[in-house]
Design a protein around this ligand. Structure first.
Ligand SMILES: NC(=O)c1ccc[n+]([C@@H]2O[C@H](COP(=O)([O-])OP(=O)(O)OC[C@H]3O[C@@H](n4cnc5c(N)ncnc54)[C@H](OP(=O)(O)O)[C@@H]3O)[C@@H](O)[C@H]2O)c1
Length: 270
């Protein structure tokens, strides 16, 4: 029997690459998008089932999860991938922008976990894979709230893993490095104008854009997820990144904080 996998944010980027790859490898994949038709449809190119879901909305998440349960009879794995990305200085991000970032990247994951956990507990099995980021390990300037949401996801997943282990549910974090998924950064409008931060923010974002252009292909993440799903006892954390970015994660855990901070300032030219 093929494993049933639900992937949030499967219209583009990592989510789409993962949904397409896993479907081609024999998994029964349900991929979500806010823009999917009301009735589930087969994605023309990816072959997976496209389901409408807005992770910011309780009812939308409940409806989509229930639909998958009814159609497939079970949910073996969830990949919490849907996410947004805002950039800019803390002083320039409005509270509405900050709340919206947390709504999708953190509370969206909470909503999906709450909806799938009763199903997984009843099955006595399931895997929840939360897509974090290297920005969830190292605080990146001018990506302050993106980093904050991914740090939140790291702590939540670490704790949740222990809470749900007795029910046979496994919780895994993936920390991807940069990838040219074409995702769009919403930039705090005020940072374009604010002379206090504009130049350093600009330099920092240029480094980030270049890193994304030279990043790893999204299919590498899809293959990593397949390996995790076929592992009996997956680790809590997996880094999927170009070698130099993976090294940053190791150094962050080994070096004194002052050295890491110096390295981040130098690297991002801020
Ligand atoms: N690309 C990178 O370099 C990179 C690096 C590290 C981590 N990540 C993480 O990887 C994940 C995917 O990123 P990506 O680069 O593939 O981005 P992307 O191409 O912009 O895709 C984001 C996906 O999230 C969905 N989405 C956004 N808001 C949503 C909401 N409220 N409800 C439901 N779905 C929503 C979008 O679907 P619809 O708009 O169709 O609803 C879209 O499919 C994110 O969590 C991101 O933080 C990316």
């Amino acid at each position: 029997m093929s494993q049933v996998v639900l992937i949030t944010g499967a219209s583009t980027g990592f989510g789409r690459a993962c949904a397409t790859y896993l479907q081609s490898r024999g998994y029964q994949v349900f991929g979500t998008s806010r823009r999917a038709p009301e009735e589930p449809t087969q994605d023309a190119d990816g072959g997976f089932t496209l389901v409408r879901m807005d992770v910011d909305d309780d009812d939308s998440v409940q409806r989509a999860v229930e639909l998958v349960r009814q159609r497939a009879g079970r949910i073996d794995a969830v990949v919490n991938n849907a996410g947004t990305h805002i950039a800019g200085a803390l002083e320039d991000n409005t509270l509405e922008e900050v709340k919206a970032q947390f709504e999708t990247n953190v509370f969206g994951v909470v909503r999906v976990c709450k909806a799938v956990l009763p199903i997984m507990r009843a099955q006595q099995s399931g895997t929840i894979i939360n897509i974090s980021s290297i920005a969830g390990v190292v605080g990146i300037p001018f990506e302050t709230f993106y980093s904050a949401t991914k740090f939140a996801l790291e702590g939540m997943s670490e704790a949740l893993r222990i809470e749900v282990a007795p029910f046979g549910v496994r919780v895994v974090l993936i920390e991807p490095g940069d990838s040219p998924t074409g995702h769009v950064w919403r930039r705090a409008a005020a940072s374009l104008e604010n002379p206090l931060y504009r130049e350093r923010c600009e330099r920092c974002l240029q480094v980030m854009s270049k890193d994304e252009e030279n990043g790893f292909p999204p299919e590498k993440l899809a293959r990593a997820i397949e390996r995790i799903l076929s592992t009996r006892k997956p680790r809590l954390r997996y880094v999927v990144a170009p070698a130099y970015e993976a090294l940053v994660v190791i150094l962050k855990r080994l070096l004194p904080g002052s050295v890491v901070e110096w390295g981040v300032r130098k690297y991002y030219k801020v």
